[in-house]
Write a protein of this length. Sequence first.
Length: 254
Amino acid sequence: MDINDSTVFIPGATSGIGLALALALHDAGSTVVVGGRRTELLEQIAAEHPGLGTVHVDTTDPASIQVAAEEVIARWPGLDTLVTMAGVMQAEDWHHPDGFLASAERTITTNVLGPVRLIAAFLEHLRSRPAATIMTVSSGLAFVPLRVTPSYNASKAAIHMLSESLRLQLADTAVRVVELVPPSVQTDLMPGQATNENAMPLAEFIAEVMTILREQPEAPEVLVEHVKLLRFGEARGDYPQVVAAVNASDPHGR
């Protein structure tokens, strides 16, 4: 992925990490298209950030994804990068079905089926490009569970293994699969997270991500230093200690 000269579609980029990454890539010289479900936010982004493209998409709706894909490819035929950013995270209580079932179904639909459907909608076009990138977005919680968010943890573990598998399957094509693995970042993903002192400031996270993309363009995973404690706990042999630390220090969710 050439951060200075790519054409990038980022569904789920109307706030948080998605919007910050979109702005950073745009500032670096790439053509960036932001996708989102809320029309008013897309209009606000277009007004505040001239040069950013916007497309309506609901990543929980297969029909909406297909319509958005057709629009993006028609308006930006040079598209060579898809970032499957959209995701939700909710606390759940699995002691009783009414404490988790609706949330679990919504989380899996958004965090797993959404990326799968997006990749399916764009893969043929990406394969037609001389070089292309699919960037998936997992989480440090794909590797270390947070007690209060079982479905989120599981969904991000699924995205990690999907990324690993697609990288193998698409090795004979010009499409690279890159996995972005955020740690806890100060966003509004969960209540209280934007002010959580244990979370990484958003600007610092994006700056480090951009440095990695610039200096390590062939890296299969984008790992900021802050996430490596979680990512490699099992390999280091201190996994139980990392699980205990994460669940002791971060009660709000990330």
